[in-house]
Design a protein around this ligand. Structure first.
Ligand SMILES: Cc1ncc(COP(=O)(O)O)c(C=O)c1O
Length: 388
């Protein structure tokens, strides 16, 4: 018998995420994949060996709801050392299957039907679905090229008595923009005046360049007390496929967060948690090398493209480089990304997909979290494209 069941997805119209689309296209055309944000090199050997050791020594059953206590403690030590934040490891830290689940749990714990959430345009593509699935309404505030700073007056203009949360992301995907002290001041003023929650996506916390500092909201007690701060071990240790991150928040917010997390994933991969606890204990300074490591890749990639027809935008953080291609083509960015993959063997991300209202611009995103040989190979192909 043949059944046809009609359903209307709660996210109908969202389609498949661009990362899946472009990575598949890269594979189909044998292109160099500078699209999805993941390294083409492995994480630290000791960390990978520690996972094998913990699997071998029987750490294979459910972890506690919030996480393995040794890892919760190491996370509390890390945010204390980095941001001067005192977190109670048992009541303020939750280990999650990636920052992605943490963002979803924070939204689901707090956003009720009709609540408004301020999101910047462009924004990482998981934010809006998480808001919509909870009946919330995303209010987009545009960020403008070339530096994609926040215009705080525009934020003030969209705040209403339904505004429940502002979502921040610094360093910012896809633009690489990072928050400065003036942003923090404006955020303070607006969030306290209107009693607004903050969800701070800080997965690129260690990827801030040119001697700038990452301004985690955990540094500011008045902001931290109303914030979910979300981090990713996947980004920090070059292991995005492990799907592991964490959320740090005040006890009441963490309690609400756990109330959701317990029914979505219950807990996070056990042997990875033990291995990460060991690694954080043994190599607490590992992350200090990351900004230099990625800055060298950024600078190499920018140098290699300097004489190409692509105009490179500033990239003060993340492992992404935006480029204006209007000297190459008039195609809209999705078509241009497909053309570049097909005809020149380099896969990229069209940034219009991160927007609710994409402006008239010709900009694509490259990921430079790649080995030097990959970057050189890609740049050679890109530099050979004629300008107009
Ligand atoms: C801004 C931003 N937030 C969250 C995530 C998801 O992080 P995770 O892989 O830890 O789920 C990503 C991954 O690309 C990202 O770029």
């Amino acid at each position: 018998m043949h059944f046809i069941v009609n359903i209307t997805s709660k996210l109908s119209g969202s389609g498949t995420t661009i990362f899946t689309v472009m990575s598949k296209m890269a594979q189909d055309f044998g292109a160099i994949n500078l699209s999805q944000g993941f390294p083409d090199f492995d994480g630290p050997l000791e960390l990978r060996e520690a996972v094998a050791r913990h699997i071998g020594s029987g750490h294979n059953q459910y972890a506690p709801l919030a996480g393995v206590s040794g890892l919760l403690e190491q996370i509390a030590i890390k945010v204390g050392a980095l941001y001067g934040y005192t977190a109670n490891p048992e009541r303020q830290v939750v280990v999650t299957p990636g920052a992605t689940e943490a963002i979803y749990c924070a939204l689901t714990a707090t956003i009720h039907p009709g609540d408004e959430v301020i999101v910047f345009d462009p924004a990482y593509d998981t934010y809006e679905p998480g808001i919509r699935l909870n009946g919330g309404v995303a209010r987009r505030v545009p960020l403008c090229a070339p530096d994609f700073r926040i215009d705080w007056q525009r934020v003030r203009d969209v705040v209403t008595d339904r505004t429940r949360m502002i979502m921040l992301n610094s360093p910012h995907n896809p633009t690489g923009a990072v928050l400065g002290e003036q942003d923090i001041e404006a955020l303070r003023e607006i969030s306290s005046r209107h009693d607004i929650l903050l969800l701070s996506d800080e997965v690129y916390e260690h990827l801030v360049f040119d001697h700038r500092e990452h301004l985690s909201l955990l540094r500011y007690p008045d902001l931290a007390e109303r914030s979910f701060c979300v981090f990713s071990f996947g980004k920090t240790y070059h292991v995005t496929g492990w799907r592991i991150g964490y959320c740090v928040a005040p006890p009441l917010l963490t309690e609400a967060f756990l109330g959701i997390h317990q029914f979505i994933n219950f807990s996070t991969n056990t042997p990875l948690q033990y291995a990460l606890a060991d690694f954080l204990r043994e190599r607490p300074g590992y992350h200090l090398e990351l900004a230099g490591f990625y800055q060298r890749k950024r600078d190499l990639f920018r140098d290699l493209l300097a004489s190409s027809p692509f105009r490179l935008l500033p990239s003060p953080g993340t492992f992404f480089q935006l480029a204006d291609y209007s000297r190459v083509s008039d195609l809209p960015d999705r078509e241009f990304a497909a053309w570049l993959t097909r005809e020149h063997g380099v896969a990229v991300i069209p940034i219009s997909v991160f927007y609710e209202n994409p402006p008239e611009q010709r900009i694509i995103r490259f990921c430079f979290a790649k080995n030097e040989a990959t970057l050189r190979d890609a740049a050679e192909r890109l530099a050979a494209i004629p300008g107009r």
